[in-house]
Ligand binder design. Structure first.
Ligand code: ASP
Ligand code: MG
Length: 426
């Protein structure tokens, strides 16, 4: 017997029929003798709809009211899942985030979890009941409803699994697991059976939208093993856990693509101490998330700095940089949005040499130009032209022998269609 936390995303509870299927799946696990806690998202698209309504009435809605509103989506699904279980004769109770004892800081719409008491979940489980908990929400010390930021149900599930000392957390989604590359781009991409937290984090932050990065980080910190698997079949998915030695047998585990970045080139700024600090402090002050950074060799006392930011930060980034013109009169700022960031990720890079050579060799063979490079211990990222990105992914995937059976890729159903985080691209 195991204690299992199962999380179902927006697509998996998208309509009445799917909720019935979720209930049937939960019932099966319980019949096998397991204790089951279920965490659910709002139906796909509901959170976006609620947001849109709020914005239509007030461009700057009060954040406390916003949280009360956004928490509605998950409350609908917990109650419906409980009813569906009752219809199958399974004892089940639903709990809001507050009732589950998910205590957060007071930072409305992006609260952080402080502590989870679990409320009466333990008692309910020992009575043989299934407990269904609303994802994405909690309450602060004053009992006010808070939400954890978009995609926060993943975090709710992982954090509950940690607090309840669950044996595993199963993240049910609309894809079969984490793949060696996005199967929509690389038809022979393979599902990865097991992967370490660190690789999963790098893949998640490099364009794979299987799971919220924050949730992965939390799982790593508390050592919560979790499995990403499909809610549409019974195949095992991808286990994410503490790194195991055999994982180092392969140099590269996956290729990720992030099309959601723009490249900003700041040229003709003074090549002297403090310039970069001025620039990046200005960006940080405006909350711009800078990813890759390259400084070109200074010539005649001038330097160029190139960096990438998420698309949605591009305008803010330019605005943050503009005032520097007063001190750097020759400065020019150019933004390029037809780019993509491609990353190869693998813990094996620590012990394998020649990864960079093979990577750049593969790109060169296809005459794909590399615009920027950055590396970490287990990742190499490059910026390439957007129109060459798919070919680049296929080439690199092939060069590292990551392919499996042709056409064995994942389903292409997309949470993105419902306005949710996108499917796999690991
Ligand atoms: N419903 C919330 C959102 O759409 C939380 C989640 O789905 O994880 O962001
Ligand atoms: Mg989701």
């Amino acid at each position: 017997m195991a204690r299992i936390v199962q999380k179902y995303g927006g697509t998996s509870v998208g309509d009445v029929e799917r909720i019935r299927k979720v209930a049937a799946r939960v019932a099966r696990w319980r019949e096998e003798g397991h204790e089951v806690v279920v965490v659910v998202s709002a139906r796909g698209g509901v959170t976006n709809e609620l947001l849109a309504r709020a914005k239509a009435l007030n461009p700057q809605p009060n954040e406390r009211e916003m949280d009360l509103l956004l928490a509605v989506g998950e409350q609908e699904t917990i109650a419906l899942v409980a009813m569906a279980l009752h219809a199958l004769g399974v004892p089940a109770v639903s709990r809001t985030g507050a009732q589950a004892g998910i205590l957060t800081d007071p930072d409305h719409t992006r609260a952080r979890i402080l502590r989870i008491s679990g409320g009466d979940i333990g008692d309910a489980l020992s009575r043989g009941e299934v407990v269904i908990v609303a994802g994405f929400q909690g309450a602060n010390l004053d009992g006010q409803t808070t939400t954890l930021g978009r995609g926060g149900s993943d975090l709710s599930a992982i954090a509950l699994a940690a607090a309840l000392e669950a044996d595993v957390c199963q993240i049910y989604t609309d894809v079969d697991g984490v793949y060696t590359a996005d199967p929509r781009i690389v038809p022979d991409a393979k599902k990865i059976d097991a992967i370490g937290y660190e690789e999963m984090l790098e893949l998640a932050s490099s364009g794979s939208r299987v799971m919220q990065t924050r949730a992965v980080r939390f799982a790593q910190k508390y050592g919560v093993p979790f499995e990403v698997r499909s809610s549409f079949n019974d195949e095992p998915g991808t286990m994410v856990q503490e790194e195991v030695v055999s994982m180092e047998d392969v140099a590269v585990s996956g290729v990720a693509l992030d099309r959601n970045q723009v490249k900003i080139v700041v040229s003709d700024i003074p090549d002297r101490p403090g310039t970069a600090a001025r620039l990046f402090e200005a960006l940080a002050a405006d909350g711009v998330l800078v990813d890759m950074i390259v400084q070109n060799l200074g010539r005649e006392g001038r330097a160029n700095l190139t960096f990438t930011v998420p698309q949605e930060d591009a305008y803010r980034a330019e605005k943050a940089v503009r005032p520097l013109q007063d001190d750097f009169p020759d400065m020019r700022v150019d933004t390029y949005d037809r780019i993509a960031k491609l990353s190869v990720v693998g813990v094996g890079m620590r012990s394998h040499s020649g990864v960079a050579g093979r990577f750049f060799g593969a790109l060169a063979a296809e005459r794909i130009n590399v615009q920027m490079i950055s590396t970490s211990e287990i990742k190499i990222s490059v910026v390439v032209a957007a129109e060459e990105a798919d070919e680049a992914v296929r080439t690199v995937h092939r060069a590292f022998g990551l392919g499996g059976e042709p056409g064995a890729g994942a389903g292409t159903a997309s949470e993105a269609a419902a306005g949710e985080p996108e499917p796999p691209q690991a």
